[in-house]
Design a protein around this ligand. Structure first.
Ligand SMILES: N[C@@H](CCC(=O)N[C@@H](CS)C(=O)NCC(=O)O)C(=O)O
Length: 269
């Protein structure tokens, strides 16, 4: 089985954690055309959105991390990551949904400043402060759902833990982790001890250490970052509309498939 992924992608990390928790063997591959939006090659053939993760299992080519998780849970039901009770399943899925949309967007925005240097000076300070404040809101929300339990699903590691782990870990990497000694910080310490999570985080750390050179590809190397839905919304609502306009002007951002034929967001000038 092949997983198209990028070790920094929180969505890819969620899938790798789940595969490893279930003991499912796979090969991880960074698509050659990742980050280009190019519509040729096997990656685009498997996912017209040209986003990772994509799971290739025989004839099945599955994109969207939540759909991939569902496929894994249905194909390898043991150990189960979703509880049996419908309300508890919905609870886990809602935790994942907020992590994948609101929380991921905040992390992404912080990375746009730190790694891709989209803003400097006062604007960078403002965007970082927004990210920090919104991270606190999201971590408070997660902490409320965790309560005093060891895991988000209750007594055992599950679906919501796999979804929240890459998000909270990335905040910690950015110096925006939960307060020391808090239940969420203790959960993070617990979750990162699991072999499936520890291996996935090691791969994240190694890729993060190489980010300085990789980010140059987007400013000088002709690559274009994808600005989409919650991420784009984050940048605009947090005060970074000029970042979007500069990216359009300099042609180093792009929008999701299908591309526009004309206009500032068009794939070709
Ligand atoms: N909703 C998708 C989001 C996937 C996604 O946005 N992946 C990013 C990496 S974190 C990506 O591949 N972006 C393509 C690009 O930047 O060119 C999922 O859950 O799988």
């Amino acid at each position: 089985m092949l997983l198209y992924e990028h070790p920094l992608s929180s969505y890819a990390q969620k899938v790798k954690i789940v595969l490893r928790e279930k003991g499912v063997a796979f090969t991880a591959e960074l698509p050659e055309t990742f980050g280009t939006g190019r519509s040729d090659g096997p990656f685009a053939a498997a996912n017209p959105r040209t986003e990772v993760p994509v799971l290739i299992d025989g004839e099945a080519r599955i994109f969207e991390s939540t759909v991939i998780l569902e496929y894994i849970e249905e194909s390898w039901p043991v150990p189960p990551l979703l509880p049996r009770d419908p309300a508890a399943r919905a609870f886990a899925r809602m935790t994942e949904e907020v992590c994948d949309t609101q929380y991921e967007a905040v992390n992404w925005g912080f990375g746009e400043i730190l790694w891709f240097r989209r803003a400097t000076g006062a604007l960078a300070d403002r965007l970082r402060a927004e990210a920090a404040a919104q991270t606190t809101v999201l971590q408070d929300w997660l902490a409320g759902r965790l309560g005093e339990a060891d895991w988000f699903g209750g007594p055992s590691f599950g679906w919501a833990d796999a979804a929240a782990a890459p998000m909270v870990n990335r905040s910690v990497h950015y110096g925006l982790g939960p307060p020391e000694g808090s239940p969420l910080a203790r959960w993070h310490a617990r979750v990162r001890e699991r072999p499936a999570v520890a291996q996935t985080f090691r791969e994240f750390d190694a890729a993060a250490a190489r980010m300085a050179e990789a980010s140059d590809l987007y400013t000088t190397g002709g690559r274009r970052r994808e600005y989409r839905d919650h991420r784009l919304e984050w940048m605009v609502k947090s005060g970074g509309v000029d970042v979007v306009l500069a990216g359009l002007r300099d042609r180093n951002i792009r929008f999701p498939w299908p591309g526009a034929a004309t206009g500032p967001g068009a794939d070709t000038p």
